[in-house]
Design a protein around this ligand. Sequence first.
Ligand SMILES: NC(=O)C1=CN([C@@H]2O[C@H](COP(=O)(O)OP(=O)(O)OC[C@H]3O[C@@H](n4cnc5c(N)ncnc54)[C@H](OP(=O)(O)O)[C@@H]3O)[C@@H](O)[C@H]2O)C=CC1
Ligand SMILES: O=C(O)C1=N[C@H](C(=O)O)C[C@H](O)C1
Length: 271
Amino acid sequence: MSEPLSIAVVGAGGRMGRALIRAIAEDPKARLVGALEREGADEFMEDAGTMAGIGALDVAVATDPDVAFKDAEAILDFTAPEATRSFADLAAERGIAHIIGTTGMSTDDEAHIHVAAEKTPIVKSGNMSMGVILLSVLVEKAAAALEASDWDIEVLEMHHRHKVDAPSGTALLLGQAAATGRGIDLEHNAVRMRDGHTGPRAAGAIGFATLRGGSVVGEHSVIMAGAGERVELTHYAEDRAIFARGAVKAALWTRGKAPGLYSMRDVLGLT
Ligand SMILES: NC(=O)C1=CN([C@@H]2O[C@H](COP(=O)(O)OP(=O)(O)OC[C@H]3O[C@@H](n4cnc5c(N)ncnc54)[C@H](OP(=O)(O)O)[C@@H]3O)[C@@H](O)[C@H]2O)C=CC1
Ligand SMILES: O=C(O)C1=N[C@H](C(=O)O)C[C@H](O)C1
């Protein structure tokens, strides 16, 4: 068996940061070698394991990327778009694989990631859980089978009250799967919000609806509504561990891979 993969977690004190530290500690194929937080962060503690609630792991939480990334072969990044852009540059300079779960990225941010992927393997996905990636495959197949003139597609999502971006990365990923199934461009067919006198629904549109509240980890439904019948494909996330385990799986998969931008479908062999 090969040596465990050496992994650093950025945004280590965040909801996902702490779940990622726990997932690495649970996987014998991975080892935590670095954890990065911002200076003065609310969640700052000296040891990464203590911060994640699993007891000391002898990995100090650093505020300097040079320290956190020193021994890393992969970085797990569930932070914010601006931070992810700068981590992409640092990972590319060092040839470290970059696993990106951050959502809410702009077109400009996406272009930045494409450039970084010329130098190092990057796996990026709006959702890293096995269930959602499988759901996206089902949505693509269903959308291909159902005539756009007869079936309307709407994506409904709900998340906790702290979430800052909308629609969620997962909702957009599922909307993209529906658009791919239909052979259309999502950007030109997406209706991301409705308010006031909107007029009737445009044929072929892919609609998005966003709910926020409480502690909901993540719920997504793709609703296909026809005349007199409706099909709903739904995923319920019950624990952030599902995303964290997917991110660790993605990091392990990058070992020996050429630079490039990869998806979770690549990682799971569902392309
Ligand atoms: N792809 C997937 O499967 C999933 C994706 N996500 C996405 O992951 C991201 C994080 O979610 P969550 O953990 O709930 O959020 P949190 O706010 O709990 O954590 C974000 C972390 O990133 C850090 N951070 C934010 N901005 C910067 C910056 N500019 N420089 C350095 N560090 C920064 C924060 O530090 P500080 O506390 O100092 O601000 C914090 O530690 C979101 O985009 C979310 O949508 C979440 C779950 C699953
Ligand atoms: O912010 C979250 O919490 C989540 N974000 C991701 C998204 O935007 O879809 C994934 C998951 O649903 C949780």
